[in-house]
Design a protein around this ligand. Structure first.
Ligand code: NI
Length: 221
């Protein structure tokens, strides 16, 4: 239930270097507590304002295990709030992520707590995640591709991990303003010969989804 006493608020986003982003966030005892619902509403407003794809509670200085994200195309979990971008939204309390494969793929990520930068980050291609929604529903989902990526990125925030710590090649940590040139170079490269790595399973970059995929990838979380 949303409180009608207190209006929603845009919260301040913690930036890399703030201790709250390095801490292990605490479990939420009651996912259905009204404070959790209120926090979700504030986080949604904050994320929407920042045009983010996802947001974790520690990013708004609340060291609790709560994440919020837009489920990219192909996702099959949603609540009633579909964003302007058409992606359904999921708020997840006490999420647990399990890799379902050793296979990784690399893609560019941004983070609202690491403003102005982009990095090419390896993530598991396939995961299972569980948790609770603030209305008490149990979530148990297998996810692939970008959906799996955004969940891994957000849940890392709960363990004090920012995406640069997941990178295997820091020469691919670049300014956002240079990113478009980098991507153009990558596109040119993948036109030659094998561009299989990130795309071979078809679960991620389906040409039909490319517009949505690209749209999503341009957004930080
Ligand atoms: Ni982030």
């Amino acid at each position: 239930m949303r409180s009608h006493i207190r209006p929603m608020a845009i919260l301040k986003i913690a930036r890399m270097g703030h201790p709250v982003l390095r801490a292990r966030a605490l479990k939420i005892e009651d996912p259905t507590a009204p404070e959790v619902a209120q926090l979700v509403e504030d986080m949604l407003e904050t994320m929407t304002d920042a045009e983010g794809l996802g947001l974790a509670a520690p990013q708004v200085h609340v060291s609790r295990r709560l994440v919020l994200f837009r489920v990219p195309p192909g996702g099959d979990v949603e609540d009633e709030r579909v964003g302007r971008d058409g992606f359904p939204l999921l708020a997840l309390v006490n999420p647990v992520v399990e890799a379902l494969t050793d296979e990784m793929y690399w893609a560019w990520e941004g983070c609202l707590s690491v403003p102005g930068l982009r990095g090419d980050v390896p993530r598991y291609t396939k995961i299972r995640y569980t948790g609770f929604t603030p209305d008490g529903r149990e979530i148990d989902v297998e996810a692939e591709g970008l959906h799996a990526r955004v969940v891994q990125h957000e849940c890392d925030h709960l363990d004090g991990i920012l995406y640069p710590a997941r990178m295997d090649d820091l020469s691919n940590l670049i300014f956002e303003s240079e990113w478009k040139y980098h991507r153009r170079a990558d596109d040119a490269k993948s036109d030659d010969a094998e561009s299989e790595d990130a795309e071979s399973d078809g679960q991620d970059i389906d040409p039909d989804d490319e517009t949505d995929e690209e749209k999503a990838l341009e957004r930080a979380s």
